[in-house]
Design a protein around this ligand. Structure first.
Ligand code: AGP
Length: 372
């Protein structure tokens, strides 16, 4: 009903708007006054976390994209090798697992059959399973060794938005916690990132306040058939997520690519007027990547693409090549997905509405997929 939507036209719009609170709630009580993480609820002994030789993440859809981003954070902060796999592929591959493997199963609903089957398989092989889940007492956390709940609140719209942002937060917490208990050389960086995380809800709020031009842009693209998304580093999974949202909601052909792959094939798709969304990494930190993606934007624009550029505030290098520029606040590189995903959610939601689609209940989809 209209009341349940809290005055919003759809649950999806309401849930997009709830993201700052969802992010803050997921952090609540997990960072102490000294800026250390307290994840006592993770009932996997610290000794097991210290001795883990590998992390394997299993998930589906949007939760899988959260896992792809987590890989960058886990490997950088902990130096533990991390694999991310679609839950539906996992057990059929006969994956290598043992008692020193930490499996992380990410699921909003906690009822996704593919993810459940993957974690059952992992436990049969002796691995420990940590669930990241949004639904209290659901099957996936019940069958795992431990659970870190996301506190997004109930997510009703089929397209996942606030659950995704809180999955990212939970993944960062797991990565930082592993770094903390194992004592890596990134100690100072970890402390700085924990401070930045504590402030990130305000950044998400700032993004939400500046979305009107994104909505306008989305409406102007309602007649297009295809939108491409490019990104690199953690921007690559963000591009995949932007494309998934557009498929689900607008029923448009949308594909996400690693920007470095352009010249290995996808650039052949670029033609006059094709909208291409580019998620640009920070010019600070990994500045080499920034330069490379600016070249990619130039290349596709020279071939007629209409460039829609998501870039950090103050990044002036992209300005000459952006037909549309969407600004996001300055964040540490690894945290950027928390802000850069939001415009893509708004973009897909608005485009779907402009095309006359039902936003909360897209055709052919169910909120949780309880069959394999
Ligand atoms: C997201 O917008 C999708 N509807 C879908 O990909 C979803 O993320 C996937 O089915 C996994 O669901 P879960 O998080 O409940 O396990």
């Amino acid at each position: 009903s209209a009341a349940e939507k809290g005055g919003y036209a759809s649950f999806m719009l309401k849930e997009i708007a709830e993201q700052p609170k969802a992010v803050a709630d997921t952090l609540l009580g997990r960072i102490d006054a000294e800026g250390s993480l307290t994840l006592d609820e993770v009932r996997i002994p610290v000794s097991v976390l210290r001795e883990a030789t590998k992390v394997v993440i299993v998930a589906c859809g949007t939760a899988f994209h959260a896992g792809l981003i987590a890989k960058y954070a886990i490997e950088h902060w902990t130096r533990i090798p991390c694999e991310v796999e679609l839950a539906s592929e996992f057990r059929y591959r006969d994956p290598i697992l043992d008692q020193r493997t930490l499996v992380v199963a990410i699921s909003q609903s906690g009822e996704t059959m593919d993810t459940l089957m993957a974690l059952r398989h992992a436990r049969e092989q002796g691995a420990r399973v940590l669930a990241i889940c949004n639904t209290n007492g659901s099957t996936i956390p019940r069958e795992s060794d431990a659970v870190l709940y996301t506190h997004a609140g109930p997510e009703v719209a089929v397209a996942s938005t606030k659950a995704f942002l809180t999955q990212l937060v939970a993944c960062y917490l797991v990565a930082l916690y592993l770094g903390q208990v194992r004592g890596t050389k990134w100690g100072d960086e970890i402390r700085a990132v924990i401070r930045d995380l504590a402030r990130i809800a305000e950044d998400v709020e700032r993004v939400l306040e500046t979305m009107e031009p994104v909505r306008e842009l989305a409406r102007s693209l309602a007649g297009h058939d295809t939108v491409l998304f490019l990104g690199r580093h953690v921007g690559h999974p963000v591009a995949l997520e932007g494309a998934l949202k557009l498929k689900e909601l607008a029923y448009m052909h949308a594909e996400g690519f690693a920007a470095g792959e352009l010249k290995h094939g996808p650039i052949a798709l670029v033609e006059e007027g094709l909208p291409v969304v580019v998620v640009v990494p920070s010019p600070r930190g990994r500045s080499v990547l920034h330069g490379k993606i600016v070249s990619n934007i130039q290349e596709i624009r020279a071939r007629g693409a209409r460039t829609i550029v998501i870039a950090e505030e103050g990044d002036e290098a992209v300005v000459p090549y952006a037909d549309h520029l969407i600004r996001v606040p300055v964040t540490p590189t690894l945290l950027q997905p928390l802000v850069s995903t939001v415009p893509l959610q708004v973009f897909a939601c608005e485009l779907a509405t402009a095309r006359g689609n039902e936003v909360d209940q897209p055709r052919n989809l169910a909120k949780s997929v309880t069959v394999e």
